[in-house]
Design a protein around this ligand. Structure first.
Ligand code: ATR
Length: 273
């Protein structure tokens, strides 16, 4: 029997993780199946027990379950502990799930390796201060940017997040108008605004000319944030499809000990959109 894997979240119908992992399995010759399971908030523990009993070996965890998965995991990787969130559970059948977080490394791999964006020594602006941003801050700071500014609609949340990561580098936080009049080389949108198709209320004097704008969400059309950056003279923009594939590859490695090639899978998914 093949080992079973799945992505859990709510909603889950539009997840592309099954396509990605099915392609990884075919490419590496690993015998596994991968499905999408809707798991409402508050019911993850039961779902994990049932899935493990049915031969489940690992789960990807998405909105709104990443903090719940963190609490459920018996042990954590250092990067999951730092993020306070888990997107990858390895179920070794011993009743003690291992929790990891591959989101941040997925973003850095897509930016640096796939898109060729230098982060070392650069000025980074990160928009948002929720779970998605918490998960990417440590891997971004590990790249040694000159500074990271976190700007959020609720300024206090950005300031608290910056304080929690201040031991890792130059990071500050405040409101969405905080970066007014400043230039940034890379701007990352980690707010939920794109999911709702909404534009962000960013200051007119925020300068992203010649810079790169990355939206963590993946979308068939450029998001309002990507269009905003293009109109303001950004030299390039990207949605988060590459990050999605890269975090999946890292999860696959955690589960199977094999790292799949990501470039052909990113290309195949782009062609399907
Ligand atoms: P996630 O886990 O996806 O990060 P979250 O923890 O609910 O979700 O965080 C959502 C983030 O998107 C927050 O930073 C939120 O701003 P607030 O902290 O002020 O709520 C931000 N956000 C959501 N909708 C937004 C909008 N329309 N404009 C600006 N920021 C928005």
């Amino acid at each position: 029997m093949s080992d079973r894997y799945a992505v859990v979240g709510d909603p889950i119908d539009h997840s592309r993780s099954p396509q990605i992992h099915t392609r990884f399995a075919a490419q590496t010759g690993e015998r596994l199946t991968y499905e999408a399971l809707r798991v409402p908030e508050g019911t993850l523990a039961t779902a994990v027990d049932e899935f493990t009993a049915a031969g489940g070996r690992g789960l990807n965890v998405t909105v709104p379950l990443k903090e719940e998965a963190y609490r459920l995991a018996a042990t954590h990787s250092a990067r999951a502990a730092r993020a306070g969130a888990v997107n990858t559970l390895r179920l070794d059948g011993d009743g003690a799930p291992f929790g990891d977080n591959t989101d941040g490394i997925g973003l850095v791999r897509d930016l640096v390796d796939n898109l060729g964006i230098e982060l070392a020594g650069r000025s980074l602006l990160v928009l948002g201060a929720g779970g998605a941003v918490r998960g990417i801050l440590a891997p971004l700071l590990e790249q040694r940017p000159a500074r990271v500014v976190i700007a959020n609609r609720t300024a206090d949340k950005a300031a608290a997040l910056a304080a929690a990561f201040a031991d890792l580098g130059m990071v500050s936080g405040g409101g969405l108008d905080g970066p007014a009049g400043q230039h940034f080389d890379v701007v990352i949108n980690g707010t939920a605004a794109s999911l709702a198709g909404q534009a962000l209320a960013l200051p007119a004097s925020l300068d992203v000319s010649g810079g790169f704008a990355y939206d963590l969400v993946y979308a068939r059309e450029p998001t309002p944030f990507m269009r905003w950056a293009e109109a303001r003279g950004a030299s390039g923009t990207s949605d988060g499809l590459g990050m999605l594939v890269e975090q999946a590859a890292e999860s696959f490695l955690v589960w199977r000990g094999v790292r799949p090639q990501t470039a052909p899978v990113i290309a195949a998914l782009r062609a399907e959109t």
